[in-house]
Design a protein around this ligand. Structure first.
Ligand code: SF4
Ligand code: SF4
Length: 335
């Protein structure tokens, strides 16, 4: 059962989170952390493996732009980090990708530590560019976005479609959560550990400001429930608004991808794609069909495919609608 702790932020939640990560680094005896790090003087960002805690002052785990799914990097990274104690900072869709890979049989190193942070959603590259022109640096945009954490984020229609439809911004099944949503982040944030042993191993009683009061946990959960309902409606609306000639079935989707050939950008960035489209048929087309269905079922709605698509296809909604139809098809009669 998870244990919850409170962390005072003294009017600087961004600084408090960075500071917490460096303290955690020491307590967890990490060799490195994989997280988004500023590039080009703070106007660009990409996931980097940081090997010195001092470099966390260039890291921005909350940046409302997601260049790629960190789980994909972790899973396909070189063998050397398999032997190291690495902390991964994850958005909820990145955490879902790790869960999905585990479900598909990948054994992730026990030494790795997963640190999930409540996702305040992310902007498309076009939206980010004009915001950057006004704000000057990504850090300013992150700080602006944090101001809206209590109310669950900025108006949802401003975010990437995948984020508008993401019903679970809280990371499931990670070692440590940093809770922001619904909270007065200028005063407090929440830290949750997977269990009491994790709390003890990372010395939470000492590095936090004590056990979290139930009222703050309720506030956090209340806003998560609200977001869930709002985004469920948004999901349904987006599926409904999809034009009829966009695919509804896996076979139509594979036909769409074949027509794009040789582009495979959406597949290259997908954290759960495992070459299913190149799987050989067993003669009747079954193996291939099953594998493709499995891939679509594994989709964690990170929207990286849509972000990478040069044709600007609404892939997040297309995948979602196909998944929904697949579930309807497999639902027993009477349900
Ligand atoms: S199919 Fe697209 S939205 Fe789904 S996991 Fe892959 S990249 Fe993310
Ligand atoms: S990224 Fe877009 S254009 Fe390229 S294969 Fe995927 S759907 Fe087609």
């Amino acid at each position: 059962m998870g244990t919850w702790w409170i962390l005072r932020t003294n009017n600087d939640p961004f600084g408090a989170i960075r500071n917490f990560l460096s303290v955690l680094w020491i307590q967890a005896k990490l060799d490195g952390m994989l997280l988004p790090v500023y590039q080009d003087g703070g106007t660009g960002i990409e996931p980097n493996l940081v090997r010195d805690a001092a470099d966390l002052n260039r890291a921005d785990p909350l940046c409302p732009f997601m260049p790629e799914n960190i789980s994909r990097l972790a899973i396909y990274s070189s063998g050397e980090i398999l032997e190291e104690r690495i902390g991964f900072i994850l958005h909820s869709c990145e955490a879902r990708a790790l869960i999905e890979k585990r479900r598909l049989g990948y054994l992730l190193p026990e030494k790795w530590i997963s640190i999930g942070i409540d996702c305040l959603s992310s902007f498309s590259i076009e939206d980010l560019e004009w915001r950057l022109e006004k704000a000057g640096t990504l850090e300013s945009i992150t700080r602006q976005s944090l101001r809206f954490a209590r109310q669950g984020g900025i108006a949802p229609y401003r975010f990437r479609t995948a984020c508008q439809m993401c019903v679970t911004p809280f990371c499931e099944d990670v070692d440590i959560n940093i809770g922001l949503i619904g909270l007065p982040v200028k005063e407090f944030i929440l830290i949750r550990t997977r269990d009491i042993t994790t709390s003890e191993n990372f010395n939470l009683p000492r590095i936090s400001d004590g056990p979290a009061p139930i009222s703050l946990r309720r506030q956090h959960q209340h806003m998560l429930d609200f977001i869930y309902e709002r985004r469920e409606r948004c999901r349904e609306r987006n599926y409904h608004l999809l034009e009829d000639d966009f695919p509804r079935k896996p076979s139509e989707f594979t036909a769409l991808l074949s027509a794009c050939s040789p582009c495979q950008k959406c597949l290259e960035v997908c954290p759960v794609y495992e070459g299913q489209l190149t799987t050989q048929d067993d003669g009747g087309g079954n193996k291939s069909r099953q594998k493709i269905n499995q891939w679509l079922e594994s989709c964690v709605t990170c929207g990286m495919c849509e972000q990478a698509c040069p044709r600007n296809l609404p892939l997040a909604a297309i995948h979602g609608r196909i998944r929904q139809e697949l579930r309807h098809d497999t639902m027993p009669i009477g349900m």
